[in-house]
Design a protein around this ligand. Structure first.
Ligand SMILES: Cc1cc2nc3c(=O)[nH]c(=O)nc-3n(C[C@H](O)[C@H](O)[C@H](O)COP(=O)(O)OP(=O)(O)OC[C@H]3O[C@@H](n4cnc5c(N)ncnc54)[C@H](O)[C@@H]3O)c2cc1C
Length: 391
């Protein structure tokens, strides 16, 4: 990034992705979702053109770009009406963690398939009892000969039905020098095949209209080889955070893409719909909220680009703060933009034909996931403002 503008390459990337995604559009996306089908053609076409793995290392089939590039891809597909949730997890979380902490064999094994779209990888941290408090997760990895045995439960895991593997956050038991268990648990990351014996998942019926589904997961004595562990057993939270800052930046881009789509549609509708001799967009009651939403979205996009640039520069601490702020700002902007857009359409805002109502639940997703609005406010209050911890 330079002088608050994106590089020429990034601008060209955006244009190319926007053009590709426009061939599909919201009608395609919602029709697939409502029919219980997948948007595989779009996913594979993005991959074939190098956009899906644009952030992954070139030697493993990626484009050698940064998080800012893959975030731009996600924002543009969203702005065309195709918000692809699995882009948040597969190339951005799983791809980043494996590229950063995987062995050469693990990178060779998993990254090319993530980049070319044939080996989508899901990500599982959330648990029913821990919820927002991911320090409380109880999925446990026990040593078993050379390998591992995993047990636990996960919830709201996206895309398991279209992923061959899932990166699971589990905890290993720590032992002291004499080999006794200390009771402390360390977070570790494991690649688990979704067809592994003992790994079962069932869809959660959601009101969110998307071809990408959420699942609850049961992990019962799932045996894994030693090389299923990504990174070092003692690497702890640092390795996890390698994936979480990209996750927040991608969530922000999902939200701004969605918001841009909603505002584009609403502005066009406000130009053409006339009920009192002028287009409804001539009434400030309609125009001003749309303008306010546009401003909020542009502010959130700027913060998202800053956060991505900090991640790409390896400034992890500053990136953490900026990525949280970007995710917060983008989710709020998106909820306001979608709400305003739906209202602009009047009754048509709630019909299936206009596709606006479907955006309501989608816009709420990023207020809750991957980290809720309240937890970001807690983070900013404590870390940016030095206020006491409230929980
Ligand atoms: C569509 C969708 C897709 C998802 N995909 C994935 C995925 O692929 N992988 C994955 O691992 N997870 C996924 N998630 C899970 C998501 O990350 C969690 O839903 C989220 O972290 C919140 O956890 P929870 O739902 O248990 O809410 P809870 O933890 O039960 O929280 C409920 C409410 O209480 C508030 N709250 C809790 N504690 C505090 C506090 N200390 N201060 C103030 N407020 C508080 C929260 O902010 C929230 O508003 C997905 C969720 C959705 C909805």
């Amino acid at each position: 990034m330079n002088d608050f503008t994106e590089s020429e390459e990034r601008v060209e990337l955006r244009k190319a992705v926007a053009k590709l995604a426009a061939k599909y559009g919201q009608e395609y996306f919602l029709t697939k979702a409502r029919a219980g089908e997948k948007t595989t053609e779009l996913w594979l076409e993005l991959a074939k053109n190098g956009y899906l793995g644009v952030n992954l290392p070139e030697e493993y089939g990626g484009g050698g770009g940064g998080l800012g590039d893959v975030a731009a891809v996600l924002e543009e597909v969203g702005a065309a009406g195709c918000p692809l949730l699995l882009m948040v997890v597969s190339p951005a979380i799983c791809g980043t963690v494996i590229a950063k902490y995987g062995t050469a064999e693990q990178k060779q094994h998993w990254l090319p398939g993530i980049a070319d779209g044939t080996e989508t990888m899901a990500f599982a941290i959330t648990e029913p009892d821990a919820g927002t408090n991911s320090h409380n997760i109880t999925t446990t990895a026990r040593r078993d000969g050379d390998g591992w045995v995993l047990n636990g439960r996960k919830i709201y895991i996206s895309g398991l039905d279209e992923s061959k593997n899932v990166l699971v956050v589990a905890r290993t038991e720590t032992v002291d020098e004499s080999g006794q268990k200390t009771g402390k648990l360390k977070p570790c990351l494991f690649v688990v095949p979704t067809d592994a014996p003992g790994f079962t998942f069932t869809p959660i019926p959601m009101e969110f209209v998307s071809p990408e589904l959420q699942f609850q997961v049961f992990i019962d004595d799932v045996r894994l080889p030693a090389d299923a562990l990504v990174g070092h057993e003692d690497g702890g939270l640092v390795q996890l955070f390698a994936g979480l800052n990209p996750e927040r930046v991608m969530a922000a881009s999902f939200a701004t893409g969605l918001a841009r789509f909603a505002l584009g549609r609403a502005a066009a509708y406000a130009q053409e719909r006339t009920v009192f001799s002028t287009p409804i967009g001539a009434h400030q009651a309609i125009a001003h909220p749309l303008a306010q939403a546009h401003i909020q979205v542009e502010l959130a996009r700027l913060m998202t680009q800053k956060a991505a640039a900090l991640v790409d520069a390896g400034e992890d601490l500053a990136a953490g703060e900026a990525a949280n702020m970007a995710k917060y700002a983008a989710a709020e902007a998106s909820c306001f933009a979608v709400d305003t857009a739906v209202h602009t359409f009047g009754g048509n805002g709630l019909t299936q034909e206009y596709g606006m109502g479907a955006l309501v639940a989608a816009s709420r997703v990023m207020r809750i996931a991957p980290v809720s609005r309240e937890m970001i406010l807690n983070f900013v209050a404590m870390h940016s403002l030095g206020l006491p911890k409230s929980y």
